[in-house]
Design a protein around this ligand. Sequence first.
Ligand code: C2E
Ligand code: MG
Ligand code: MG
Length: 259
Amino acid sequence: MVAVTDLQDSLERDEFKVHYQPVVGVDTGRIFGMEALVRWEHPERGPISPSKFVPSAEETGLIVPIGKLVLSEACQQAKEWQERYFSVQPLVIGVNISAKQPQHPDLLGDVEEALREAKLDPKWLTLEITETSVVADEEYHIDTLRRVADLGVRFALDDFGTGYSALSYLRRLPVGLVKLDRSFVERPGEDTEDEVLVSGVIRIVSGLGLYELAEGVETPEQLAWVKSLGCDLAQGNYFSESLPSEAAGELLATYDYSC
Ligand code: C2E
Ligand code: MG
Ligand code: MG
């Protein structure tokens, strides 16, 4: 964990950077989108992972300005990439929303502002939430998220399979994409229970007309496995780690779509 004053100063010093990891179509091998992942580039300690500072940022409320910054940068970056590389099917940008953001009255305004300033069509923005995003005060949060969805923005349920009452959220929130947690993808074909669970989830998700994404794909075996189970999309180090924006742009320019 990190000290609060450190976090506050770092916002002022502009030390939060957005990195991007591609999301790939399992059948087509094409880049379908990018997920924005925040990094804290500490002047002495080097890059600090979000798992180390997001909890402190949530406690202090600093997650709201940090989240706003990520939203704004990610929308602008997505617009720039769409204009440069995607003339037919524009890419989707995924932005993680902390459990604390729907509790804050600014979420709707921040999303509106980020879209307006970037001139990005809301349908290309996907906000990634977890089940914990809505547990504290369910009705209020679901209502906030629905109002954000009314802008035309889509939602993804992140880390699916690690929380609880997940299936009920699929009915209550305007979710378009389910991201299956990487723990399910780790040992392809070795555990029949995993296989039953994953194929069952994929059947339910596609039966509801939603997209299914496998997180944390690292090997060709894992990719072949999720493909055989009918998964639509995949993300993971097999395709690319998360990259600073410039390197992610180079990846879009040079990506080999034959995989
Ligand atoms: P997440 O949204 O589930 O993001 C996926 C995480 O898995 C990322 O970690 C990514 O770097 C990592 N990953 C991707 N492919 C692989 C792989 O093949 N193998 C392994 N072992 N890991 C892989 P990261 O960037 O450290 O982010 C961790 C979590 O922090 C994210 O999980 C998300 O919940 C949160 N986070 C990241 N950026 C933001 C943000 O801007 N705002 C908020 N509120 N949370 C964020
Ligand atoms: Mg995510
Ligand atoms: Mg995840």
